[in-house]
Design a protein around this ligand. Structure first.
Ligand code: NAP
Ligand code: MG
Length: 450
């Protein structure tokens, strides 16, 4: 597999794709390694994870540089992403000694529960956030005592491969965490069908996510799904419009819009619609699309020519309100683009574009805003801009999405839960509860009858 720098179209590296036989062999080794990993004293497992976090910390710049070249992420974002892997590892390194069960009062004996690890967990990662999404799967899975096999996206395997090396260097035993670059249809599919893989943690398209869920049903295999989104950015007339307009480009164009949380539908109350667009236009034009290695870049290229062509197809025939600029020449560039939607039936309004394109529409009142926000099969994130606290709470409770922010576009903190409602996903990652999804509860009754 040739790895391409999306900013230059140059070949960065070439990576051997794991075959089906090699995948089976790796899963076999993981199943074996699981036995001793789960038996390790909790404090020792914690120490190894902390060492792994420490090594990631020492390699933040190297990992970030790799991501800039492989994925076209801006250097600022890439550093955050590598730091996020470190933080997630550190956070879940606190878990092994705290994975406590319960003691439940029963007559005639003692009843206790255990959070048992599942076995081998298969993590399937997309190309849009190769490092964080990998870490959100492998860190809690390992902390709970599972072995992990991880398949990065074909387009972006480099940082995952490096993280696998760092894990070994940290002393995590061979077979406990294995990175298997390769095809989704080969390696990823095998995670679904191999009986020793007891859970699949998948992030990617809703289409493939549904196939994974259906495939896992055959063995009642556990799944976590983080899928697509079409999130709403609701701007009420009583909002700080300057702040809302200044933040809107970052809320959708960050990572070139290749973000499942991208606020790709802006809904503005009709009384301030014109004013908001006047404020938004300069913010979009000033959004700096440049060589992602440049410290001042706010956005880099798209991941591939295919992705860029797919994004452009949504804009063909749509009404462009205004747009920013981007470098020309080699690289998969596309300018930040704002579409004036004609109606909620527009394809660009309804479908996940996964690129730097946002559609804008007006709403009349709060009830219509919530109804429009919910008029989608997705439910991942969303933002609410208002100065009225009661309205903020009402609307946040009304919008059917897993991650909402008020007067901000922030969705992700490693210590708070993240995940989707409706067809945006199943289960939650990060935060205090993610650990439970990598375990099964076992109940044990011990008779005290003499
Ligand atoms: P995708 O096909 O869902 O890929 C995600 C991951 O699943 C990749 O590692 C992929 O491997 C693997 N995969 C593909 N087919 C599989 C199968 N049958 N069994 C097991 N694993 C499989 O996503 P994509 O094609 O890269 O992107 C398509 C669209 O999905 C995007 O344009 C975007 O709309 C959406 N998307 C959403 C997210 C998100 O975070 N929610 C992330 C990425 C994409 P390969 O690398 O071999 O394909
Ligand atoms: Mg695909």
């Amino acid at each position: 597999m040739q790895v391409i720098n999306p900013a230059t179209e140059e070949v960065v590296a070439s990576v051997e794709a794991t075959s089906l036989d090699e995948t089976d062999a790796a899963i076999g080794r993981a199943a074996k390694a699981f036995t001793s990993w789960r038996a390790l004293a909790p404090g020792d497992r914690a120490r190894l994870l902390r060492r792994f976090a420490g090594l990631v910390d020492q390699h933040v710049d190297e990992l970030a540089g790799l991501e800039v070249r492989n994925s076209g992420h801006t250097i600022g974002n890439a550093r955050w992403e590598a730091g996020n892997v470190r933080d997630v590892l550190d956070y879940y390194a606190g878990a092994p000694e705290r994975l406590t069960g319960r003691q439940i009062p029963v007559p005639g004996g003692l009843d206790v529960t255990f959070h048992e690890p599942l076995g081998v967990v298969g993590v399937i990662v997309p190309w849009n956030f190769p490092m964080p999404i990998a870490g959100w799967g492998f860190a809690p899975a390992l902390a709970a005592g599972n072995a992990v096999v991880l398949k990065p996206a074909e387009l972006t395997p480099l940082t995952a491969i490096r993280l696998g090396e760092l894990a070994l260097e940290a002393g995590i035993p061979e077979g406990v965490f294995t990175v298997l670059p390769g095809k989704g249809s080969v390696v990823g599919q095998r995670f679904v069908t191999h009986p020793a893989v007891r859970k699949v943690c998948f992030t990617g398209s809703t289409e493939v996510g549904k196939q994974i869920m259906a495939g896992c049903a055959d063995q009642v295999k556990r799944v976590t799904l983080e899928l697509g989104g079409k999130s709403a950015n609701l701007v009420f007339a009583d909002a700080d419009l300057e702040a809302a307009a200044a933040a809107a480009p970052g809320g959708v164009f960050d990572n070139a819009g290749q973000d499942c949380c991208a606020r790709s539908r802006i809904l503005v109350q009709s009384s301030v619609y014109e004013r908001f667009l006047e404020l938004l236009e300069p913010a979009v034009r000033e959004f700096r699309v440049a060589d992602p290695a440049d410290e001042s870049a706010q956005m880099g290229p798209l991941i591939s020519a295919r992705q860029r062509d797919g994004v452009a197809a949504y804009v063909d025939g749509a009404e462009v309100a205004f747009r920013g600029s981007c470098p020309d020449g080699r690289g998969f560039w596309y300018p930040p683009t704002v579409l004036a939607a004609r109606s909620t039936a527009d394809r660009a309004w309804r479908e996940e574009i996964f690129g730097p394109v946002v559609s804008v529409l007006a709403f009349s009142d709060e009830a219509e805003a919530v109804a429009m926000a919910n008029d989608t099969e997705y439910g991942l994130s969303g933002s609410i801009w208002t100065r009225d606290v009661s309205r903020a709470i009402r609307v946040a409770r009304g919008v059917e999405a897993g991650n909402l922010s008020v007067n901000s576009h922030s969705s992700v903190r490693y210590w708070t839960p993240f995940g989707g409602m409706k067809q945006s996903g199943l289960g939650r990652e990060l935060g205090p509860d993610a650990l439970a999804s990598f375990t099964d509860v076992k109940n044990v009754f011990i008779s005290t009858t003499p």
